[in-house]
Design a protein around this ligand. Structure first.
Ligand code: GDP
Length: 439
């Protein structure tokens, strides 16, 4: 995410790294490079200029502290300004009401329907709410089916009236349905158009007046850069929405939308969506995003993702097994499964400071573990629980069953042994307990 921007900012900071202190003269090139990096990331020129003017002013106004080098100081100043540009603190999300009503708007293809499903899943699993999804797209029957498929996947009911051509009536009927079925949050997925269009705006505005939503979320494809910002402006002028959702952050997006939207419409980004799977939705934190842009990683999100997957009892059991040197292939397989559930592997690696850049050009897919899983699956339950059983003749059978060469199995067995050794060593250290699963 935003790799090119990160790289260009890093090289801008290099310009000033060797200097003893910040002066008008030596800051000029850095500031110019930062501005160019932002413009290249599709940030509007006016925003980029204002941003760098502020950076220059702040940097020149700083007292010289010996402990901090000009390079470090610049990184800190830029980080603070990035946080500010993206909205400062985390925004709120209002789900009070019976039911609370969330209206979803945006262009066709922006990711509205996918996001509606993800939000329902998020509110159900993370907030303990009971959502009802509403298909209010009266033009595309396929949109209703799409929402139903998603609803089924995540175990959430979908309300629709395929024969009704009145989106306002569908939305108001859905409120009654929610009350009668004890659903406490209604997520209304509206119809989009390929471009901003008066009839579409009127329809969504009419739904808004009829249902008085707690939140109106404007969904926008982050890959569309400055166009995203213009569309946001048009929707906000008409709907006065409460927050923005940036989708497709898993793609090759340059960052322009994330950095310019708050400035342009003065509404916070509330969620970011980064994948087609239903659990790839994150609350937006300006601070964490700024850290990622500056290559500082995002350990907080990584730890939260881990905590959400690893349960305490299981972690304790595992810890005990490791201490007794009984960690086996079955445990290993379970760990792999949990890691996969945390999300896209490359994305996860990007949250570790410095690693994102290192793995940028390496092809790491979620299938990377497939070979290892095939080998473990080819073992008998006894072999999985007792790795010592794996003799030469068994090895041939396991490799063959997994469709792998014997050398691949041997390499894996060796890695597994090394990993166990490492675990043993870590456990002998006073602070060596892994602490997974602590909430
Ligand atoms: P809508 O027309 O606004 O309802 O958009 P959809 O929800 O149908 O999404 C349009 C396309 O974008 C679909 O193919 C989705 O699978 C895809 N999509 C939606 N959100 C994301 C995302 O965060 N990442 C990626 N890679 N694809 C997404």
């Amino acid at each position: 995410m935003f790799e090119s921007l990160s790289e260009k900012l890093e090289s801008a900071f290099k310009q000033i790294k060797g200097e003893g202190r910040i002066t008008e003269l030596n800051i000029a090139a850095t500031v110019k490079d930062i501005r160019r990096a932002l413009v290249d990331a599709d940030v509007n020129y006016k925003i980029a200029k204002e941003f760098t003017d502020k950076i220059r002013e702040t940097a020149l106004g700083q007292k010289v502290i010996n402990a901090v080098s000009p390079g470090q100081l610049m990184v800190k100043i830029v980080k603070d300004e990035l946080v500010d540009l993206m909205g400062g603190t985390e925004s709120t999300f209002n789900t009070k009401g019976n039911p609370a009503i969330i209206l979803i708007a945006g262009l066709q293809g922006s990711g509205k329907t996918t996001f509606s499903g993800k939000l329902a899943n998020f509110l159900k699993t993370k907030k303990g709410l009971s959502p009802l999804l509403v298909a209010a797209d009266i033009y595309r029957p396929a949109a209703i089916d799409q929402l139903k498929v998603l609803g089924e996947q995540i175990g959430i009911d979908v309300y629709s009236e395929p024969e009704n051509k009145d989106a306002v009536a569908i939305a108001t009927n859905a409120i009654k349905e929610a009350r009668s079925k004890n659903k406490n949050v209604l997520i209304i997925d509206t119809a989009g158009r390929l471009a901003v269009d008066e009839a579409m705006m009127t329809e969504v505005a009419n739904i808004k007046s009829a249902v008085s939503p707690n939140e109106i979320l404007f969904v926008v494809d982050s890959m569309t850069g400055q166009d995203a910002v213009n569309t946001a402006k048009a929707f906000n002028d008409r709907l006065d929405f409460s927050g923005v959702v940036l989708t497709k952050l898993d793609g090759d997006t340059r960052g322009g939308a994330a950095l310019s939207i708050k400035y342009t419409v003065n509404k916070p980004i509330k969620f970011v969506s980064s994948g087609e799977k239903m659990d790839t939705l994150d609350v937006f934190y300006p601070e964490r995003m700024a850290q990622r842009i500056l290559g500082m990683g995002d350990i907080t999100t990584l730890v939260e993702k881990a905590q959400a997957q690893f349960d305490e009892a299981q972690a304790k059991k595992l810890e005990k097994k490791i201490r007794k040197n009984q960690f086996d292939f079955e445990d290993f397989k379970q760990q792999l499964e949990q890691i996969k559930k945390m999300g896209n592997i490359k994305d996860l690696l990007g949250m570790i400071p410095g690693v994102g850049k290192a793995v940028k050009d390496i092809d790491i897919s979620d299938d990377s573990f497939k070979g290892i899983e095939a080998l473990i699956n080819s073992m008998t339950p006894q072999e999985r629980n007792n790795p010592d059983l794996i003799t030469a003749s068994r090895k041939a059978r396991i490799a063959k069953g997994a469709g792998k060469e014997l050398t691949e199995l041997n390499a894996f067995l060796k890695q597994f042994e090394q990993m166990k050794e490492m675990m043993k060593m870590m456990n002998k250290m006073p602070m060596g307990r892994m602490g997974l699963g602590r909430k």
